[in-house]
Design a protein around this ligand. Structure first.
Ligand code: RIB
Ligand code: CA
Length: 323
């Protein structure tokens, strides 16, 4: 039997790339996934919760509880990303709906409860706006004692943002929440667009998965087809190198699967609240000269190795012996 090495909560707004990231972690027995907590984000919180149940059903993991959380950011109105994920958040595919229901309990409270009850410190993979985690931090000031770290898909430091020039979607959607979490003292691994942009999934990768019969691979192919259509590429045709899509949240999952794929730098972080740069993550790398190093910033990654690892995991999903 494989020992679990992480007790994990996944805080998410599924989302095509959230699905891709969650499938990967579900395939790896080293992760003891305690719960999936749902935030507003790519679509509304109810749709995101439904999508989490769909993802778990497709993967045959319907026993993992799904808790609904914040339906809007702390102060402002929600920002959706249906332009990237479709109206249903999973590419308007015909993926089956689950008969399962969300569990009783509110995500921020469940994050606190699970963290405090766990015999081992909890790692949080945060791949949506981090409103739930901010509320949990505000509600339980001792929460940082129970959290090993947060691996967060968010931020854009040396590259442009993807929702504004300065900001990434997950931070821009709730900068106030991000600032609370960045200042909470919990160690944060920032998997921003600096590395997510390196993770490219080529149409040929999905052509390979199209020949695999497991339900997870088939679901990924359907969602990829939606994304590829957005850039005018259909599957099963000879294509150019640039015929590829991003799946940002997969990069954050990759850090948990194998941190050795990443080059990191220590920093202290702050989130800009106002003006054109609202939602920008500003990092100070002068650790040792007065600034704390609570942010581990992912500066570079062996994305090809990680993408290959993801494809193998999806192709082999559910095969006995998969780690
Ligand atoms: O489009 C931005 C969104 O896509 C973010 O939630 C990110 O995590 C990905 O799901
Ligand atoms: Ca997401």
């Amino acid at each position: 039997m494989t020992d679990n090495i992480y007790s994990l909560i996944i805080d998410t707004d599924p989302g095509i790339d959230d699905a891709a990231a969650i499938f990967w972690l579900l395939s790896d027995k080293r992760f003891d996934i305690k719960a999936i907590t749902i935030t507003h984000g790519n679509i509304g919180v109810n749709g995101c919760a439904m999508n989490a149940l769909r993802i778990l059903e497709i993967a045959g993991k319907g026993d993992i509880p799904v808790y609904k959380g914040a339906r809007k950011p702390l102060l402002k109105c929600p920002v959706a990303a249906t332009y990237a994920h479709g109206m249903d958040g999973l590419g308007d595919t015909d993926l089956p709906f689950s008969a399962n229901k969300v569990a009783d309990g509110w995500a921020p409270s469940e994050i606190i409860r699970i963290a405090k009850e766990s015999s081992r410190k909890i790692t949080i993979l945060a791949i949506g706006p981090i409103t739930n985690i901010a509320i949990a931090v505000l509600s339980a000031p001792d929460l940082p004692n129970y959290i090993e770290r947060i691996v967060f898909m968010g931020g854009a430091v040396r590259v442009q943002g993807n929702i504004t020039t300065a900001a990434s979607f997950n931070v821009y959607s709730d900068p106030e929440a991000a600032e609370i979490v960045y200042k909470s003292g919990i160690p944060i691994v920032q998997i921003g667009l600096d590395v997510c942009n390196l993770f490219r999934f080529h149409v040929n990768d999905f052509n390979v998965l199209a020949h695999v019969s497991n339900s997870v691979a088939q679901a990924m192919v359907k969602m990829a087809r939606f994304r590829l259509a957005q850039i005018g590429v259909s599957m099963n045709k000879s294509v150019a190198d640039y015929d590829s899509i991003a799946l940002n949240d997969v990069a954050a999952a990759a850090y948990l699967i194998n941190p050795g794929w990443f080059s990191v730098e220590e920093a202290e972080g702050e989130v800009v609240m106002d003006g054109l740069c609202r939602g920008m993550t500003l990092l100070d790398f002068n650790v040792g000269k007065g600034c704390k190093g609570n942010i581990i910033f992912a500066a570079d990654a062996d994305s090809q190795a990680a993408v290959s690892g993801w494809i193998s995991a999806i192709a082999g999903f559910g095969i006995k012996g998969q780690r």
